[in-house]
Structures are given as C-alpha cells and as structure tokens.
Design a protein around this ligand. Structure first.
Ligand SMILES: C[S@@+](CC[C@H](N)C(=O)[O-])C[C@H]1O[C@@H](n2cnc3c(N)ncnc32)[C@H](O)[C@@H]1O
Length: 182
C-alpha cells in the first residue's frame, strides 16, 4: 500500500493518485485476489452481521474505500436500505459497479450504489446522513480515535479479530473497532 512502500512525505494529490496508478489501473488492472483484494468480504464482518449484533436492516450504510465492493454485498444481503460505496480510484469504482451488477439480484442491486470521491471531501448527492459507516483497511485510518472521538463518537467495542475470522495470512493482524454516536 502506498504508505507502506515508503516513509517519504507525499503531496496529497500524489498520494491519492497512487491508488489508481499503483493498484487499480496498473498492468491491466487489479485482479481479484491480488494485493489487498481478498476476493470476498472479511469473515469478521460476516460474523458481526450474523452473530455479534451489528444490525443494519433498513439502515443507510456507507463504505468508504470499498474496493471491489465485497462489503456492499454483505450489507445489502443483511437488509440495508442503502449500501453506498465510495472509492477514490475511478477504476475501483467501475470494478465495484460491475461486481455488484454481476453478484446481486436486480432487487438487491436497487439498494446498492458506488461513487467516486475522496472520503474527506465527498458528500452524497442526496443524503447527507448515515446510520452506519464501515471501513475495512482504509489507509487513512491511521488513528480512528484521533478523528472520531473529537467528533463526539464513543468507542463501544474493540477486539482483536480471531484468526479464524481473518482472511488467510492476516490472522493476528486485524482489529475491529466499533464506535457509536448517539
Ligand atoms: C487497502 S484497500 C481496501 C479495499 C477494500 N476495503 C477491501 O478490504 O478490499 C483501500 C481502498 O481505499 C481506497 N481509498 C484510499 N483513500 C481513500 C479516500 N480518501 N477516499 C476514498 N477511498 C479511498 C483505495 O483506492 C483502495 O481501494
């Protein structure tokens, strides 16, 4: 990932362009299973939705840095009224839109959308508010606490993702942080 390649300081626009140039648009495009693309949503998210109490039925869910959109499928199938992905890389947005169209039924697809934009600047064209936001491996997550706590969020749960709920090769390296804003 860009910030892991080097500790040099990068221009903001250059940093963002790297996602398109170094990953999504490189060598014919990022294929499922390459680099960070695990070909599926995190098993930890599936567990959270099915067993551990994250309720999204009827809710509006934002997924910044959605990549190919695997998490959007999980949220739609868990009953979200809207699962909205946001991608900085234009190629990723197109790949996600194609993946959703291939994977979801027409009725499910009506509840999913994916946009191109920068999480720090973007606003949804019609809906400003979200019930749930989920970020998986969004690199700007360097310190969620620093960003979210001053905005009035409370950390309600934090745990190391059990190895059996991690993607292969990522066991012991993942954590789940749940924040709430009342
Ligand atoms: C490590 S990948 C993870 C993708 C996906 N969440 C997954 O788990 O497969 C991070 C993604 O976030 C996107 N991204 C990085 N910074 C972003 C930003 N500021 N706004 C929106 N998307 C961003 C990148 O283009 C990349 O596709």
């Amino acid at each position: 990932m860009p910030q892991e390649e080097s500790h040099e300081f990068l221009d903001h626009d250059e940093y963002h362009a790297r996602w398109e140039d170094n990953f999504w648009g490189k060598d014919g495009g990022l294929q499922p299973g390459q680099a960070f693309d695990a070909k599926r949503s995190s098993p930890a998210l599936t567990d959270l939705l099915k067993q551990s109490g994250l309720e999204v039925a009827g809710k509006r869910v934002l997924v910044p840095g959605c990549g190919r959109g695997y998490d959007l499928v999980e949220f739609v199938r868990a009953g979200a009224a809207a699962a909205v992905g946001l991608e900085l890389a234009p190629t990723a947005q197109r790949e996600a839109a194609a993946y959703l169209a291939d994977t979801l039924t027409p009725a499910e697809l009506a509840n999913a959308e994916v946009h191109t934009g920068d999480f720090f600047k973007w606003e949804h064209p019609t809906h400003a508010a979200w019930d749930v936001a989920y970020g998986a491996r969004l690199p700007c997550s360097a310190d969620y606490m620093d960003v979210l706590l001053p905005l009035g969020f409370t950390l309600v749960k934090e745990y190391a993702v059990p190895a059996e709920l991690s993607h292969p090769g990522r066991g012991g390296k993942e954590a789940m942080l749940l924040f709430r804003k009342d």
